[in-house]
Design a protein around this ligand. Structure first.
Ligand SMILES: Cc1ncc(COP(=O)(O)O)c(C=O)c1O
Length: 408
């Protein structure tokens, strides 16, 4: 599918007058329309809720926007819980899907009334010791082991992943939790990442629905919600077709009617914890060409670096690049050995699909600073939703002493 920026060169030139590159730009209209489509895809399920995976794009302005669209948050750490609370998410609007969880994080999640999703059977004891009781609503993360294959090019290896409990442990955990007073149960699994296919969620749903039926039958615990977690992907490459979320929702509905309804479990709520699908396409890194280098290869140097976007350096991930203002398009290697239209110094580049797991993965290697985040609003205006880091931010963790007192 042809990749088109959600902003024009004229708009970018205007934005650049106030906010120097590099910066992240998010598209409010795209985010809202996509969230509405997701809701529609699962409208058949009474209790459906999307818990946005905060780790993907931890920005309170964007969380507020998603809250308006009816989403909750999926948190994996203390700071994500703190941010959710500050944005007004409360109680069962928050899912706490963490692992290797420090006890104080369990305590804080419980204080907020969040749903706690246990990654391991041993966490039951830790949770009980921390709180002094087991919450009435509780969820367990499942890992079926082995290789999970959706198609020839989409597979993952749950058997090699540290997350979740085995089938046997799920049954044991349910029995223990029930004996300790839990009343409302959920199950969760995340078996493959960035799946660009209609098959993933329905396949995962079948595994979880069948497990839920057995868990309810064999332990007597009432399964009230099933969390399909994240994993719905986006077409990073122009030759990929985007996922049709309405078809995916319908695929899950069919499995629901095939497995849960006949078992008398037609009250089970479906939850999702999508990150990439919610934000990926609706965020872009905007950077400017500032140097050309002609050595063993041809290089175009830009003012953004891996601090702003780690994925290419970390996974060799592809991000499409549009050279703004050039007819053709095509991407520190943000784009390696890739044919691009001629890039001249001063050209603005739009690096696509960086709205999720983009800014969030930034780090300060080489003493580089993180950029600002901006929101392109529906009315065409632009709002700063995070300022750029300053050297003061970088040095702030030495503020307990005066070793840097002579810094300029
Ligand atoms: C527990 C959990 N839920 C949800 C997500 C979101 O995944 P995605 O962005 O692929 O949808 C992640 C991502 O790593 C995760 O670890």
């Amino acid at each position: 599918m042809e990749k088109k920026p959600f902003v024009t060169l004229k708009q970018l030139k205007e934005i650049e007058k106030t906010y120097p590159t590099p910066f992240y730009l998010y598209d409010e209209k795209g985010i809202r329309e996509n969230a509405a489509r997701l809701k529609q895809a699962f409208a058949w399920n009474k209790g459906y809720k999307e818990y946005f995976a905060v780790k993907a794009t931890p920005n309170p302005f964007l969380l507020n926007l998603l809250k308006e669209m009816g989403c909750g948050t999926d948190c994996s750490s203390m700071t994500e819980l703190m941010m959710s609370k500050a944005c007004g998410f409360k109680g069962h609007d928050i899912m706490f899907s963490s692992n290797d969880t420090p006890p104080e994080e369990f305590a804080y999640a419980e204080k907020l009334g969040a749903i706690i999703n246990l990654d391991d059977i041993t966490h039951i004891e830790c949770l009980e010791q921390t709180l002094g009781y087991i919450p009435e609503t509780i969820s367990c993360r499942f890992n079926p082991g082995g290789v999970f294959k959706v198609s020839n090019d989409i597979m993952d290896n749950p058997g090699d992943s540290k997350y979740g409990m085995t089938t046997e442990q799920m049954f044991q955990a349910f029995k223990i939790l029930k004996d300790k007073g839990a009343k409302h149960f959920g199950i969760h699994a995340f078996l493959a990442s960035n799946t660009v296919t209609l098959e993933y969620y329905p396949m995962l749903a079948k595994i979880l629905f069948e497990l839920a039926v057995r868990l309810q039958e064999e332990t007597g615990a009432h399964v009230e919600f099933i969390n399909l977690s994240g994993g719905i992907g986006i077409p990073y490459r122009p030759d990929q077709e985007p996922n049709d979320i309405l078809a995916i929702g319908d695929g899950v509905r069919k499995v629901y009617e095939e497995v849960l309804v006949p078992a008398g479990m037609d009250d089970v709520a479906i939850c999702t914890e999508l990150g990439r699908f919610m934000m990926g396409p609706y965020g872009a890194l905007i950077t400017k060409a500032i140097h050309e280098k002609h050595t063993h290869k041809e290089y175009v140097g830009v003012d953004a670096c891996a601090v702003n976007l780690m994925r290419p350096a970390m996974y060799g991930a592809y991000h499409h690049v549009t050279v703004m203002g050039k007819e053709d398009e095509n991407n520190d290697k943000f784009a390696i050995d890739r044919m691009l239209p001629e890039i001249c110094k001063g050209d603005l580049l739009f690096i696509h699909d960086t709205g999720a797991h983009g800014f969030a993965m930034g780090y300060n290697y080489n003493g580089k600073l993180k950029s600002a985040e901006l929101l392109l609003k529906q009315d065409g205006s632009v709002e700063m939703i995070r300022r750029a880091e300053t050297p003061e931010d970088y040095f702030a963790t030495f503020d307990f002493c005066d070793i840097l007192k002579d810094i300029d």
